[in-house]
Design a protein around this ligand. Sequence first.
Ligand SMILES: [Zn+2]
Length: 152
Amino acid sequence: MLGKLTRWLRILGYDVKYSNRMDDHELIALSTKEKRILLTRDLQLHRQATAKGIESLYLEEKTTEQNLAQLAKRYSLDLQVDMRKSRCPICNVRVKPISKKQASSHVELNTLANYDEFWKCPKCGKTYWQGAHWKGIGKTLKKAEEFEASLQ
Ligand SMILES: [Zn+2]
């Protein structure tokens, strides 16, 4: 359920693991072992984790923007993308800047003509650039910031 939020947090540079296959017991064990904050929409799981001393955040809001706002408020997250910290939304590993020349074999010619900065995921090999979708990313983060400001 939180797959979309996971991708956003990785783009923002946070190390996030996601699973919809683990049961409550496994999620709690992983959070303990790797000292992770547990994010969940499951109130019972949240209560169980908290009782065991695990830092957990129950996300009751529906939209990704609202969830980001909730997280930003609680953990003072910076809702700005810094590509030096960004992680591949698929693999959760930090993307590395590559030269235009290196990108040339992976992207279309018109992309190459229009953009100068490219990044690559060392794990899956996907190439990233701040293309047309980038405006949408900024919009979502701005909305999240507005939600954050409205939270008590
Ligand atoms: Zn990747």
